[in-house]
Write a protein that binds this ligand. Sequence first.
Ligand SMILES: [Zn+2]
Length: 96
Amino acid sequence: MTAMSTTRIVVDCPAWCSVSQSEHLRELHWEGHTTHWSDSRSGEGWEIRHTASTLADGTPGEPARLYVSTLGGGLTLAGAEALALTLLATYEEASD
Ligand SMILES: [Zn+2]
């Protein structure tokens, strides 16, 4: 068994990432990649978050993904408009 490198790894997070370094390092250790999660943006009956991922060697992993969840029961028109505008803003942030 070879000695583990003691080089300090720092995960380079996008500005919007809400995950701690220790959580990223734990994920890298166990899974070989880590996921950056944005804070959620939510409105009446919906919530949006987005992700990007980084591999253990620091290169980008999976392409960005957006997660949109809605409660049952449908959205009001105002809620749907807010969701649409927020989804667009989230898309722009995720595709930077
Ligand atoms: Zn991150």
